[in-house]
Design a protein around this ligand. Sequence first.
Ligand code: PLP
Length: 274
Amino acid sequence: EIGFYKDQFVDINENVVPIQERGHQFGDGVYEVIRVYNGKPFLLNEHLDRLVKSAEAIYLELPYPPERIYEIISEGLEKSGLTEAEIYMQITRGIAPRAHLFPTTPSVMSMTIKNARVVDKKKRIDGVTVTLMEDERWKNCYIKSLNLLPNVIAKQKAATNGHEEAIFIRDGFITEGSSSNIFIVKNGTLITTPATNFILHGITRAAVIKLASKCNIPFEERKFDREFLNEADEAFITSTSAEILPISKIDDISLSPNRPITNLLYNEYCGLYK
Ligand code: PLP
């Protein structure tokens, strides 16, 4: 495991963030999580493209050009010695005396490379339970911002009640999970929430949509509500770390354990990096 802060690799447990860091004091920054399979960062270009978009959306200049970020990632991976890893990287508006206005000091990148968190086999097979919750986040959820307080609280409430994930509802419609996107299958059609400002445009989500097209699975991006979700034939969440994870239960409503389309897509997804 290894860390990186402001131009240098550091021990992951070293104290490196100055008190007056804008990430620390304001959550003023953006981040990415990238999975490494067999030594290779998966969908790296897609993640870095999204990082650039998130940064632009908050008027943040990257401290390095993308080519340099690629170099730092491969150097870090080599130093870490890991092949099944998770890269966390964030860019903040840097270090400056605390004041709301943007500082003129350069932005700062930090990164950790750690062993990948692998989802339990049992959860993969049995599926996970989720609980519905009001989406209390702001309106720019497409930005992968460091401000995760509503997500953290929702995930904790879900866990306290024995659920794997909180699924958000905004204005009566399902948006996404606290750290995942959501898909359902109804009468053979794969359906997911449209990629508006109200959800993060997941890299795994995009990969699943491509796979559906490859497998000739009818697909629709459209809004759906709680009742429609409860009546789904199949439902699953997607994220870089969870990949494709079946939902077995939504609050008190159990879904069928037959999941032909979820299983097909999961097998195809694994084939992308194997
Ligand atoms: N939605 C939210 C709110 C997330 O935090 C995440 C990732 O952690 C996702 C969706 C899934 O995105 P990705 O597939 O790019 O990991």
